[in-house]
Design a binder for this molecule. Structure first.
Ligand code: CAA
Length: 257
């Protein structure tokens, strides 16, 4: 598969996906969305791939949805095409993936970073939902995911003022898992992805589903969901292998079944 706006490089069991529209600060147009949908679907379907990293460049992870593409749209065309709904296909990815964010992650860029299972940020990362300055609001889940990630006070302040949050504040606020030096960002994200890739693939998906249930449902429902998935893993060979390997003091040989 050849892509125009992204680069896809398998690195062992990890897929590195790079948004590649540097002249437009990686603005997310429909072509980027279509290609990311295809790349994530291919990653999910490829049994040799266990974790993915999505990144941009040093100046921008992505400076938002493509304003030039959207500016002439009207309500009827946005509503009829259910504009942005395609991003739900990206969030439907079952295997874990990490956003490695340097530079601007604004508007849709911040929203895509928050679609990842977690974010690792370079020291120069800047997060923001500046849509209010364009007379609109977030449209790819930003108002919901940002509020759940950092709480109402900061999310409301960011959405209402459009101000940017730097990497240090993003880490303090719980938006990013870790901040690393810019020059080692992709390497650190790949290393973390390799750690995940060495885990049993079924357990990786189940852990992802559980943490997402905590994010998306109520506590009582989430706890029952967690327990049922935990029970379910006892029907897999990987559970037998993982526990046997611990008892026998050896490395587990995961089968993904
Ligand atoms: N859409 C389209 N093009 C964009 C863009 C975007 N979101 N962001 C940057 N670009 C383009 C600029 O138009 C410019 O192109 P030209 O060279 O053809 O003029 C090029 O990228 C470089 O940008 P700047 O010259 O502006 O670079 P800068 O370093 O001076 O400023 C910036 C950087 C502060 C990030 C500034 O580009 C900016 O404010 N960008 C827009 C940020 C924004 O509002 N994002 C939200 C978009 S709406 C959205 O995302 C809706 C949603 O909910 C999904």
């Amino acid at each position: 598969m050849t892509y125009e706006t992204i680069l896809v490089e398998p690195r062992g069991a990890v897929t590195l996906i790079t948004i590649n529209r540097p002249k437009a600060l990686n603005a997310l147009n429909s072509r980027v969305l279509d290609e990311l949908i295809q790349a994530f679907a291919a990653f999910d379907a490829d049994e040799s791939q266990r974790c993915a990293v999505l990144t941009g460049n040093e100046k921008a992870f992505a400076a938002g949805a493509d304003i030039k593409e959207m500016s002439d749209q009207g309500f009827a065309s946005m509503y009829a095409s259910n504009f942005f709904s395609g991003w739900e296909k990206v969030t439907a990815t079952r295997k874990p993936w990490i956003a490695a964010v340097a530079g601007y992650a604004l508007g849709g860029g911040c929203e895509v970073a928050m679609m990842a299972d977690f974010i690792i940020a370079g020291e120069n990362a800047q997060f923001g939902q500046p849509e209010i300055k364009l007379g609109v609001t977030p449209g790819m889940g930003g108002s919901q995911r940002l509020t759940r990630a950092i709480g109402k006070a900061k999310a409301m302040e960011m959405c209402l003022t459009g101000r940017m949050m730097d990497a240090a504040e993003a880490e303090r606020s719980g938006l990013v898992a870790r901040v690393v030096p810019l020059e080692s960002l992709v390497e650190e994200a790949l290393k973390t992805a390799e750690t995940i890739a060495r885990m049993g693939p079924l357990a990786a998906i189940a852990n992802k589903e559980m943490v997402n249930a905590a994010f998306e449902t109520g506590l009582a429902q989430g706890i029952v969901f967690e327990r049922r998935l935990f029970h379910g893993l006892f029907g897999t060979e990987d559970q037998k292998e993982g526990m046997a390997a611990f008892v026998e003091k050896r490395k587990a040989d995961w089968k993904g079944r």
